[in-house]
Write a protein that binds this ligand. Structure first.
Ligand code: DOR
Length: 430
């Protein structure tokens, strides 16, 4: 394996409190030294002058769609989209076909990732068999075979007794339950956030209560059991109240927010564009402001994309019929940099921490997410000044259902390094 010297970049490593212009020596796939490298030997030199050099991003919420929906995404195309977005690790959601709820399923994902993936893939397993919400999976077996967490994402775990038992297993095996919070009786056939715009547009709304009532329930269950509940894609201010309260009481509750919930509002559906249809639905401006505040005071632990590819055929339907979901891997960091960091709402270091060290802690991936000595050399190089427009050519996902198409953004991913190998550079893959 070729050694690397990443020279003269601004090295920002929140896990180690580092922010300085310096160089990184990568040997045998790991970070060997940060500082002046006198003897570069036969190492490949990567000139990072003027670039931000940070730990590779980690996404706790990626739908790779393989097996079963390879028309939307595959492990190959999804991990390419990840690398193009500066992500060096993704956690794969198990709502595939078949659902990943057995050791066979996990072995398939690991085997396919071994041959096809250009970034690290850490799969989750379902909480219930077939994500049907009825029979709990074999937690011990699935942890043994490499499940990083358990989730029925795409569907809530409606049965409180099943959630209670899974949180007991979570405590026993020290793995998080990645919790899609939604009360389907409240969601009913809603298609967007219930509020001013749903009324104006004549569309059936989904009340914030649909999310927040399950958040409240599951924070209580986590307190009772000692399990670790991780609230996926938190989107409404009401939910933050329960998460904050749980944290104050020492409950093992963490949560993630997505770039779309942090930067868009329900007004975006004014043109009935299905690219903006997502579950949980994008909230109102007050929700967005509450999410930004919660990101800053660390009620929100980390950023996750909820990258959810769908084909044109499915999305080119009336809003009521199109599926929920939007892609997000390629756009996550520039969208957040442009909309939160550039206007001075969120410090750059905080954003990087929430995309690297924080997600690593939640699913126990450290030292991934840091540039510590001997950590895997997962590194992202960003040109913070470079502007570009999101168009179809910019996206490497198999699907194009991005709400950010046509948007001008800042902060272009110049290179992505995984385990010491340059997998993406100058918009091409190794
Ligand atoms: O919008 C969404 N799409 N939300 C989910 O929870 C699932 C996801 C999907 O799988 O398409």
């Amino acid at each position: 394996m070729t050694n690397l010297v990443i020279k003269n970049g601004r090295v920002l490593d929140p896990a180690n409190g580092r922010d300085e212009v310096t160089s990184i020596l990568v040997e045998n796939g790991v970070v060997k030294k940060i500082g002046r490298v006198r003897d570069t030997g036969n190492a490949q030199i990567v000139d990072a002058t003027g670039l931000l050099v940070c730990p590779g991003f980690i996404d706790l919420h990626t739908h790779l769609r393989e097996p079963g929906r390879e028309d939307k995404e595959t492990i190959q195309t999804g991990t390419r989209a990840a690398a193009a977005g500066g992500f060096t690790s993704v956690c794969a959601i198990p709502n595939t076909n078949p659902v990943i709820d057995s050791q066979t399923g996990l072995k398939f994902v690991f085997a396919r990732a071994e041959t096809d993936a250009c970034v690290n893939v850490f799969p989750y397993a379902a909480v219930t068999k077939g994500q049907a919400g009825e029979e709990i999976v074999d937690f011990g077996d699935l942890v043994y075979y490499g499940a990083r967490g358990f989730t029925d994402d795409g569907h809530p775990v409606a049965n409180a007794e099943i959630m209670r038992r899974s949180l007991e297993y979570s405590a026993m095996f020290n793995v998080p339950i990645m919790d899609h919070c939604e009360d389907l009786s409240l969601t009913a056939d809603g298609v967007m956030h219930e509020g001013f715009y749903s009324t104006k547009l004549g569309l059936k709304g989904i009340p914030a209560l649909s999310e927040s009532t399950q958040v409240a329930r599951d924070v209580e269950l986590a307190e009772y059991t000692g399990g670790h509940v991780h609230i996926c894609h938190v989107s409404k201010s009401e939910s933050l109240v329960y998460i904050r309260r749980g944290k104050e009481r020492g409950v093992r509750v963490t949560c993630e927010a997505t770039p779309h919930h942090l930067t868009l509002t329900d007004k975006c559906l004014e043109d009935y564009d299905t690219a903006f249809k997502v579950n949980p639905p994008i909230g109102c401006e007050e929700d967005r402001q509450a999410l930004i505040e919660a990101l800053k005071d660390s009620t929100i632990d980390c950023i996750a994309t909820d990258h959810a590819p769908h084909t044109d055929i499915e999305k080119d339907q009336p809003l009521t019929d199109a599926p929920f979901g939007m892609i997000g891997l390629e756009t996550a960091s520039p969208v957040l940099y442009t909309n939160l960091v550039v206007p001075g709402l969120v410090p750059l270091e905080l954003l990087i921490e929430k995309m690297t060290a924080a997600p690593a802690r939640i699913v126990h991936l450290e030292p991934h997410g840091s540039l510590s000595e001997n950590a895997p050399a997962d590194i992202t190089l960003i040109n913070l000044d470079k502007e570009f427009t999101v168009d179809r050519d910019f996206l490497f996902s198999k699907s194009w259902n991005s709400p950010f198409l046509g948007m001008k953004l800042r902060g272009s991913i110049e290179a992505t390094i995984v385990g010491g190998k340059i997998v993406f550079r100058n918009r091409a893959f190794a």
